[in-house]
Design a protein around this ligand. Sequence first.
Ligand code: SF4
Length: 79
Amino acid sequence: MREEVLTSPAIWFCLVCYRCYAHCPQNVNFPDLMRVLRYLAIKGKYVTADIIDRINEIDKRLQILRHDLIKYDVTRQKR
Ligand code: SF4
């Protein structure tokens, strides 16, 4: 199922936040599995450079959004 897995958009959904790993009773390191699958997808040219650029842009926007939300929330609590 190599091609089916490495072409699936599902491997890009994980935020690699490690919450599942921190709570997994079986110590399954799911985020690192996702990282390896992404590496294999890129290395095997299962994803185009355009898709990687778009995913990087989404990650960048999410970081900005997270920064702004935390800044807003912390500032609001100080009042
Ligand atoms: S690391 Fe685990 S909890 Fe975090 S987004 Fe990925 S699958 Fe979900």
